[in-house]
Design a protein around this ligand. Structure first.
Ligand code: WTA
Length: 652
């Protein structure tokens, strides 16, 4: 069990309770704690009733027969129901009074702009659905999407949903080998990509990375390429086609079929404690219900809102809170292609002013970078359109919370600190902005229908302020259904600590008011700038280099990134330590996984601390890089000189 503590702060500001303002509460869907408590109690006593009430607000072609079939750990929601997810996100708005309302206001990094109304989005999605069908993509086929943050990324996802194909979005920062792994695991035969995307003033080439992957994985039959940057790319005549040529040749109308509520919607890979990423499978009706309902209550989304989630579509936040949740609610949203600091750290704030953003959702790591850049950047823009702020991806430290509250929210916007995971599909622990008293650093209370608790090793519920494991005791509609192709791993990873109960893998505690304080991962998963990385994944990337005999990777605390990657590498006998080799190994990880996984620190270790049974004692390495010394119990250590040696390395 983790012994990490969120350091109690003595700064008065940090302990302050922020109650929602009367003005905010008066207009909110859930206007008071009493209202939250009442509905929460009902939703926990009768979760199926609560979720059915939310699902009813979506468009179903055929109503379900049963709300939930629960044969732990396998859940089926809205069984017998039929719907089309894309129709819910696009057509139902495009066919009503929202037809000329902006669905996506997009800005490219160089400053180019595009607006897609719901009507236009529908036509684009229909065209691309026709392209996919014409090219032979069928319901159930897996489609890998490797795209920059351009509207076509959302259009591609929605078009897949429309025809029942299963998208697998791969973050544009991942390397060719990561694409190969995902293609192999999902068995995808179609790839949608772009020539490149803009990032920090430069073109990041994507199609060449796909080509590199497809040289290894031979089963892809078709690649569709968006012309975004005009960088030179090779097109293979039989396999590759330009998006613009294809959509020009098909009609803008497409009849959407209805699919079963449990029809797979997407697979998204995430890191776990082994070297192999897990394909998290989400299905249709339940996932849409979860993302729809959380947007409605957590962001209190209104027709007049302009919502901006700064995530990338390559992560779950981009799936749930750029594509499916906001569009199911018919809201207008902002989408941005590039880096937050291009041309400078004022970019986001200028965009908020320009588009009148009212709800802004970002990550603590970005907030910490903004603090470092300076208050003058947000001060130069008029941010008065904002009414609500959100945070996701990692615990938000009180300094970041207070800065966000004051400098971005002008002291008047509630901050919803939302806890959830790729696996949970939608937000599970969160304040409701018109009801919940906020405290910097806590995600506060469970969402409706979510039976969250903290258990000790024996499965007993922890007392207030006692650390334990965060669990969910009842199924919820947007939960993952399985790990793609691996039911056993699914059951073992999430449902074996306590029978019939979902273990999130996070350590947490509740305070006396019942607020949940998330401490961090209990498994070997790092959270680097809000991105999940498995230590085992980075270790196996290092070991794949010919010079490396063994590697151990740990996370060390980092002011900006939350956690930074520290790697200890044992070289093979015929290799010698050098700065060049250090750089080469870091780049090698970048090549195998992607730049986000490059070790920040890389130490050459003549030996790694091991137990007598040969297990690497990562706990000691962690203590060593964090404190420079070892104070804990080392009696199980096989060879103490290894530690002395490492100590010398680190103090260098
Ligand atoms: C962490 C991102 C504290 C947590 C949506 C979780 C958080 C992992 C929060 C999931 C939060 C996410 N407070 N920790 N508000 N939100 N986490 O799958 O450790 O990329 O298990 O999903 O991020 O990361 P994932």
């Amino acid at each position: 069990m983790s012994s990490k503590k969120i350091t109690p702060s003595h700064d008065h500001d940090h302990d302050k309770v922020h109650k929602p303002s009367k003005e905010f509460s008066a207009k909110a869907r859930i206007p008071s704690m009493a209202a939250y408590k009442k509905l929460y109690k009902q939703s926990i006593e009768k979760p199926e009733k609560f979720w059915a009430g939310e699902a009813k607000e979506l468009t179903w072609r055929k109503k379900w027969q049963s709300v939930l079939e629960w044969k732990a750990p396998f859940a089926k929601w809205f069984l017998g129901g039929k719907l089309n997810v894309c129709e819910n996100c696009v057509d139902r708005h495009a066919e009503g009074p929202r037809r000329n309302k902006a669905a996506i206001i997009w800005e490219g990094e160089p400053g180019d702009k595009r607006v897609l109304t719901y009507g236009q989005l529908k036509r684009e999605v229909c065209r691309f659905a026709n392209v996919l069908e014409k090219k032979g993509v069928k319901s159930g086929d897996r489609v890998l999407v490797y795209m920059p943050m351009i509207p076509e990324a959302a259009i591609a996802m929605l078009a897949c949903a429309r025809i029942g194909a299963v998208h697998n979005v791969v973050f544009g920062g991942f390397a060719a080998e990561a694409i190969v792994d995902r293609l192999e695991d999902s068995g995808a035969t179609t790839v949608i990509t772009a020539d490149g995307g803009w990032r920090r003033g430069k073109v990041v080439a994507l199609k060449p990375v796909v080509d590199e992957a497809l040289a290894k994985y031979k089963h892809v039959q078709r690649v569709i390429v968006v012309n975004r940057c005009g960088n030179e790319v090779k097109m293979e005549a039989k396999r590759d086609a330009w998006w613009h040529d294809e959509v020009a040749a098909v009609p803008a109308k497409h009849k959407a079929k209805a699919f079963d509520s449990e029809h797979p919607l997407f697979v998204l890979y995430t890191s776990g404690s082994t070297g192999k990423p897990k394909g998290i499978l989400h299905t249709s009706g339940g996932y849409l219900t979860g993302t729809y309902a959380t947007c409605k209550y957590v962001f209190d989304m209104r027709d007049e809102d302009v919502f901006w989630c700064t995530a990338d579509v390559g992560w779950i936040t981009g799936h749930s809170y750029i594509v499916y949740g906001p569009l199911a609610n018919g809201v207008t949203q902002v989408m941005y292609e590039g880096a937050p600091n291009h041309p400078d750290f004022g970019r986001f704030w200028k965009m908020i002013e320009e588009y009148g953003v009212s709800i802004f959702y970002t990550a603590p790591t970005a907030i910490r970078a903004f603090i470092k850049a300076g208050d003058h950047f947000p001060a130069a823009s008029d941010l008065s359109s904002l009414r609500l702020l959100g945070s996701v991806g990692e615990p938000i430290n009180p300094e970041a919370w207070n800065w966000y509250h004051k400098h971005i929210g002008g002291g008047k916007c509630p901050i919803v600190d939302t806890w959830w995971q790729t696996e949970t599909g939608a937000i599970l622990i969160t304040p409701l902005p018109g009801a919940t008293p906020l405290k910097a650093g806590t995600a506060t209370l469970p969402f409706f229908g979510i039976d969250a608790a903290i258990l000790d090793d024996a499965g007993k519920e922890c007392k207030p302020d006692q650390d334990g494991r965060l669990v969910i005791r009842k199924p919820w509609p947007s939960m993952l259904r399985t790990i793609y192709g691996d039911k056993e791993r699914y059951a073992k990873t999430y449902w074996s600590d306590y029978p019939g109960i979902y273990t999130a893998g996070d350590g947490a505690r509740r305070d006396k008011d019942g607020n949940f304080w998330i401490i961090g991962r209990l498994d070997d998963v790092l959270n680097v700038s809000g991105h999940r990385l498995g230590t085992a994944e980075i270790e196996s990337a290092l070991v794949s280099h010919p010079a490396v005999a063994e590697a151990a990777v740990i996370g060390r605390p980092d002011d900006l990134k939350g956690q930074a990657v520290a790697a200890f590498v044992m070289l093979k006998g015929n290799f010698t330590e050098s700065e060049d080799l250090r750089a080469e190994l870091r780049n090698h990880v970048g090549k195998v996984i992607g730049a986000i996984a490059k070790p920040d620190d890389l130490y050459f270790a003549p030996g790694l601390p091991k137990t007598r049974s040969g297990k690497i004692m990562r706990r000691l390495l962690k203590e060593l890089v964090t404190t420079g010394t070892i104070s804990g119990n080392v009696t199980t250590l096989e060879d103490f000189s290894v530690i002395e040696n490492l100590q010398r390395q680190i103090s260098k």
